[in-house]
Write a protein that binds this ligand. Structure first.
Ligand code: G3I
Length: 301
């Protein structure tokens, strides 16, 4: 196949891009819709955009992405429902009772709006710290440890036919943080708390050690959940960068429950890592070595 999207589809997977803004730029939209068969709105489904004031919902920015993606039959990831960042200040000001009901309402309204259209939702994002303890977010501080479980239960009720993911970064191998998340997922599976997938953001650099990358994905897959690479980007350039992209791609292909890879942007020009060149297309939308190595790997699983 000629594109990463089509090549991934040969094994039933998606190869998506995180996109945000720039829908008026032809090269941006063309590259997205030609090369990829999946999408994650990079900012447009976050709380600060979707519910900037309590009970006032704004779905228009994400709708623009979703409608184009649906036209192209893309796999759409929803990102994200419960996260400490890009959270409007009114949420921080609520007491526990109101925070609990506002969070449930947010999950219901946002998931309800796109019910049946989203392959998987990042229900909770970045709830753990590197030492394996919980991040002291407003949710953690006011609702306690149970907030993650409450969010997943509310999400299942809001849309029973989408996959519910936990998503985090610096989980690119067997380490203290990924083990804490693993223990939570195992506990959820044992107790019947609804969780279907784990997202590994994979914000990497050319010298990232990937020695336990695949083994880490595998141990989660062995719990019966899907694993997805959700925000892949790799600092650096040339063959070192391409090698990391290739290894991540091969790790996913080696695991039957690894259902897709999303890179966190299209062109280096608009990467959130604005001092780096971490994506598959350069500033002028030219394909980089990493692009060709990913395409080759997807075509040769
Ligand atoms: O849209 C406004 C624009 O109107 C304004 O002129 C401009 C000036 O600063 O800001 C624009 O908003 C920015 C937005 O991206 C859209 O470009 C925000 O300031 C900026 O903070 C925001 O950054 C996003 C970041 O999350 C915020 O935490 C990045 O685009 C987005 O790629 C990044 O994505 C996160 C994932 O959601 C979770 N995992 C980590 C990842 C990287 O940080």
């Amino acid at each position: 196949a000629n594109t990463p999207g089509a090549a991934a589809a040969q094994t039933g997977r998606y190869f998506g891009a995180g996109i945000s803004g720039h829908l008026d730029e032809a090269a941006y939209v063309n590259t997205w819709t030609t090369e990829f068969n999946g999408v994650t709105p990079g900012n447009e489904m976050k709380w600060s955009t979707t519910e900037p004031r309590r009970d006032q919902f704004n779905f228009a920015p994400a709708d623009e992405i979703v409608s184009r993606a649906r036209d192209k039959r893309m796999t759409i990831r929803g990102h994200t429902l419960v996260w400490h960042a890009q959270l409007p200040s009114w949420v921080n000001d609520l007491d526990a009772t109101n925070l609990r009901s506002a969070t449930r309402n947010h999950i219901n309204q946002v998931m309800g709006h796109w019910k049946g259209q989203i392959y998987a939702w990042d229900v909770v994002n970045e709830a753990f710290l590197g030492d394996g303890t919980r991040r002291q977010s407003v949710f953690q501080q006011k609702l306690g440890d149970g907030y993650i479980e409450e969010a997943f239960r509310a999400a299942r009720a809001a849309d029973p036919n989408t996959k519910l993911c936990y998503n985090d970064f610096n989980t690119d191998g067997v380490n203290t943080k990924s083990t804490a998340i693993y223990n939570m997922v195992r506990d959820f599976r044992n107790r019947g708390v609804p969780i279907d997938c784990v997202g590994f953001q994979s914000h990497l650099s050319s010298n990232s050690s990937l020695s336990t990358y695949q083994a880490n994905l595998q141990r989660f897959a062995d719990l019966g959940v899907e694993v997805q690479i959700t925000e892949l980007d790799v600092g650096g350039s040339g063959s070192a960068q391409a090698d990391v992209y290739r290894k991540v791609t091969q790790a996913c292909l080696a695991i039957s429950r690894c259902t897709g890879i999303t890179v966190w942007g299209i062109t280096d020009k608009y990467s959130w890592r604005d001092e780096e060149t971490p994506l598959l297309f350069d500033n002028n939308y030219a394909k980089k070595q990493a692009y060709y190595d990913v395409l080759y790997a997807l075509n040769n699983p």
